[in-house]
Ligand binder design. Structure first.
Ligand code: CIR
Length: 258
């Protein structure tokens, strides 16, 4: 299968030891930090296997959700955008990602008040970006991002979401025109032209997967969706994600990739 996007770099952050204090709606109990560290190492190894150079940032002990680096920035091939996360307890995480990005990006933009925006609401599809309006990303934040991305020649669509933490909780672009998604997004007119792979309701968590060069990083334990992806010709690397799931986090949330 041909891949239209080549990633070379990623940034991750080691889970903080107080991650049990992270924001969650999950009823699956508290994460085990030691197991989370092991799962995080497997994730890093998978990114390396996909050919990426992975920068591993130190844990931030004052920020229990800081392992979810995806929410604090957006990386494109022309610029990086530091977001303004919508959850108060996470907002200041941005200050700790900018130094890591300034080594790689000469153009760094910022989302500012009154706009709030989480990277988990931003889905990149080639030169087009989908922005989810969620409890974390407001319209002012979306409009700021549209203004920024337009100056770099990117196009944008807004998707209003309900019942999801972030847009990418319910949908993933797997390159080659393939979208993996929850059933209730399937009729959205913005996604009409894509090949859709629908995640069954009992496997909803599996909608958050990432295509990284030749592989799809995919959470282990979702056999129906895994089989659908394999039948499409995609090669999976399955990764245990139980401890991040306990904090409402998925595979995409654990890295910034460009
Ligand atoms: C939060 O609620 O912010 C974290 N517990 C989970 C963030 C997951 N990030 C993502 O979906 N991009």
């Amino acid at each position: 299968m041909k891949n239209s996007k080549k990633f070379t770099n990623a940034i991750v952050r080691v889970p903080a030891s107080n991650m049990i204090e992270g924001i969650t709606t999950s009823l699956e109990g508290q994460p085990d930090h030691d197991l989370a560290l092991l799962q995080h190492q497997s994730y890093v190894e998978a990114l390396k296997r996909c050919g990426l150079d992975v920068a591993i940032l130190d844990p931030l002990e004052d920020y229990p959700d800081s392992v979810f680096v995806e929410d604090v920035a957006i990386c494109t091939s022309k610029c990086a955008v530091i977001t303004n996360p919508g959850a108060d307890s996470r907002n200041a995480e941005t200050a700790f990602i900018e130094p890591a990005l300034s080594a790689a990006f000469s153009n760094i933009e910022h989302i500012k008040e009154p706009g709030t925006l989480d990277g988990g609401d931003i889905m990149m599809v080639g030169d087009h970006f989908f922005i989810g309006l969620s409890a974390r990303t407001n319209r002012a934040g979306a409009e700021e991002l549209i203004r920024i991305l337009s100056t770099y020649g990117y196009s944008v669509s807004i998707i209003e979401i309900e019942g999801l933490l972030h847009l990418k909780t319910g949908i993933a672009y797997l390159e080659d025109n393939i979208m993996l998604m929850h059933e209730n997004l399937a009729d959205h007119p913005e996604f009409a032209s894509y090949t859709k792979i629908i995640v069954p309701p009992e496997e909803e968590y599996a909608a958050n997967a990432i295509r990284v060069n030749d592989f799809v990083l995919f959470p282990s334990g979702y056999p129906v969706t895994a089989e659908k992806l394999r039948r499409t010709g995609l090669k999976l690397i399955e990764l245990p994600m139980s401890e991040f799931r306990k904090l409402d986090g998925g595979l995409s949330c654990l890295s910034l990739r460009w």
